[in-house]
Every structure is written in structure tokens, then in C-alpha cells.
Ligand binder design. Structure first.
Ligand code: NAP
Length: 310
């Protein structure tokens, strides 16, 4: 029987994904049909992005899974019409991209690169940065992306502490977990990287109280989600000098409104949610593997725990 696979992402994405998906699906040996439209009751798998027109899953009575192209699932996991297994994107180029982005922005702040790159009066400024092993880095969120970034930074010599919901043991990384563990993770941190998902439990993880725990003059780097930070508290911490600079890739409202104080703040770098993007070639392999597993009766990879929201 033909397996019907609906591509339900933003229409602009079809041109990028069509060929890589065919290439990956053909390798599975499954007889399939891949299209952007089917009668809903004939669909077996939904390749999905949360900005798709498909928001009501009720008519997809035969479908076996929703296969998300994004790592973040906050706008699909709580959908009350979704009763199917939901798999998120892990791999698909996301990990490599995030490691590059996080390492680049960490090194920018660690090495004080701005003073030399933006030096309009041509001053000969000799400022020797500390060694990486003298610069404690804390990563909030020690999942697929946080762990990969932590390992890359630890390999450069940074003392890395990671914080997660459940306890973990990772070679070369000091780990903390739970509410009490957050204080230990932030105490004395000089660079704080947020790679938590957007869930009710992670909202405002960085707030007036927790920002006060870091080393004075720390750097905040947020490629996670905008909701992880209390914006007013961060602005106050930047103005007081408790936080020296914030590099922010994600915001509560995107695109960031033109009158938002972050745009004009001299201690804030805004990047437009580009820290890491799913790449069609490797992502198609992940999708095809989950279709293969579904057809073989094997467990799906990267299932979202809907009770936790990630
Ligand atoms: P993941 O594998 O699900 O990891 C999430 C981590 O956060 C886990 O370590 C988890 O703890 C921890 N966590 C969740 N809730 C927590 C809580 N209440 N307290 C403490 N720790 C908590 O996710 P991922 O693939 O690494 O992705 C992380 C996030 O990055 C995504 O959700 C998305 O928002 C963001 N992202 C951004 C971009 C971009 O371009 N800016 C691209 C991709 C992803 P456990 O290990 O105990 O479960």
C-alpha cells in the first residue's frame, strides 16, 4: 500500500525540501506519495512546521505521527486537537549550527573582540583576555544542543557547568539540576548560555533574582527562546553593569518590534533567530528514518513528552 506523506510546512519551504525528502524516502524502499495536499483522512504522516496552515489535526484520522521540522515544539505540543505522536527535529544540521553560533559568540565576549573590531579612533588598546580556563561558562539546558555546545566549549578549555531538569553525569562538565541546582549553576558564572525549551516551567528563568547570582559583568547569550528571560530585569541588569552584554537571538515577539529597547541598547546584540536552522538534506534523512520506523512498527525517534512540553 502507498504511504501518503503530507508536507505541511510554510509553502515557501516546499521547493527546498521536496528533492531532499524524495532522495531520503527512496532509500527506505517504502512505496510512498509525498505531496502538499491530500484528503486529510488519507494521510499517514505529517511532515510539519508549526507555521503551517494545518492547525486542526482532528481530520487526520489515519495518520501515525506528526514529524516536526523544528527543534522547538512550544506552539504545537499544547495543541488540543493533536492526539498523534509528535516527534521533534534532532540533528538535521541543527546541532552543528548551534555549536558554531554559540562558540562564535562566546569567543567574541571572552576575547573582547568588539574593542578591536569597532575602534573608530584607532586606539592601540592592549587588553589581554583571561585564558578560557579562567572563564566559567554556564549552559542552562543540557539537552541535544546544550550538551553539544557544552562539550565544544569544554574542549576549548572553558570550565563548563550545565543545568537540566533531571540529574545528569557528563564527562568534563559540572552538572546541576532542579530549582536548587539553578542557583549553584549561576553562582559566579561569567558567560551564561540559554538552551532551554519554552515551557511554563522555564519562563523567566533569568529574572531579577537569578541575574543577581552571576559574576558581576557577566555575558548572557540566548539562542533558546525569548520567554526564558524577564526582559525588564535584563535591561535593569545591563544598566547597572551586573550584565556587561547580552547577545539575543530569540524574543517574545518576532520579528523584534522596531521600538523595542533591545534594538537601541548599546550593550545588546540582536540576531534575527538565525542561531541554527534545520537544513533540508540532513533533516530529510531524520524524517525518512521516522517514516521507516513507523512502517516497520519500531518506536519513533525524538518523541516529545507532551506532559513536560518538550
Ligand atoms: P532538548 O534536547 O529537549 O533539551 C532541553 C534541555 O532543557 C534538557 O536538558 C532539559 O532537561 C532542560 N529543561 C527543560 N525544562 C527544564 C526545567 N524546567 N528546568 C531545568 N531544565 C529544563 O532541546 P534541544 O534540542 O537542546 O533544544 C533546546 C531549545 O533550543 C529548543 O527547545 C529551542 O527552543 C531552541 N532552539 C533555538 C534555535 C535557534 O535558531 N535560535 C534552533 C534550535 C533550537 P532534561 O535533560 O532533564 O530533560
Amino acid at each position: 500500500m502507498t504511504v501518503n506523506i503530507l508536507f505541511a510546512a510554510h509553502p515557501k519551504r516546499w521547493a527546498e525540501y521536496e528533492n531532499p525528502l524524495h532522495k531520503a524516502l527512496e532509500k527506505t524502499g517504502i512505496t510512498y506519495s509525498l505531496k502538499t495536499e491530500f484528503p486529510p483522512e488519507e494521510v499517514d504522516y505529517i511532515v510539519y512546521a508549526p507555521n503551517s496552515d494545518v492547525q486542526d489535526f482532528t481530520p487526520y484520522t489515519r495518520a501515525k505521527a506528526v514529524l516536526n521540522l523544528w527543534a522547538g515544539v512550544e506552539s504545537v505540543a499544547p495543541n488540543p486537537t493533536l492526539k498523534l505522536p509528535l516527534a521533534r527535529m534532532v540533528g538535521g544540521g541543527l546541532t552543528e549550527g548551534m555549536v558554531e553560533w554559540v562558540t562564535g559568540h562566546t569567543l567574541r565576549h571572552h576575547l573582547g573582540m568588539d574593542a578591536h573590531i569597532v575602534n573608530p579612533s584607532n586606539q592601540w588598546q592592549v587588553r589581554i583576555p583571561p585564558m578560557a580556563n579562567e572563564r566559567p561558562v554556564t549552559i542552562l539546558g543540557l539537552g541535544e544542543l546544550g550538551l553539544a555546545c557544552g562539550r565544544a566549549l569544554a574542549a576549548l578549555g572553558f570550565p563548563v557547568t550545565g543545568w537540566s531538569r533531571s540529574p545528569k553525569s557528563v564527562d568534563g562538565i559540572t552538572t546541576c539540576h532542579g530549582t536548587d541546582g539553578l542557583k549553584d549553576a549561576l553562582k559566579g558564572a561569567e558567560i551564561i548560555i540559554l538552551l532551554l525549551p519554552n515551557t511554563p516551567a522555564t519562563e523567566n528563568t533569568l529574572n531579577a533574582e537569578t541575574l543577581g547570582l552571576t559574576a558581576p559583568g557577566a555575558f548572557v547569550i540566548n539562542p533558546g527562546r525569548g520567554t526564558l528571560i524577564d526582559d525588564d530585569a535584563l535591561l535593569a541588569a545591563l544598566d547597572s553593569g551586573q550584565i556587561a552584554h547580552a547577545t539575543l537571538d530569540v524574543f517574545r515577539v518576532e520579528p523584534l518590534p522596531s521600538d523595542h529597547p533591545y534594538w537601541a541598547h548599546e550593550k545588546v546584540t540582536v540576531t534575527p533567530h538565525i542561531a541554527s536552522e534545520t537544513r533540508p538534506g540532513p533533516a530529510a534523512e531524520v524524517i525518512a528514518e521516522n517514516v521507516r520506523r513507523g512502517e516497520a512498527g519500531e518506536p519513533f525517534l525524538y518523541l516529545v513528552d507532551r506532559t513536560q512540553g518538550y
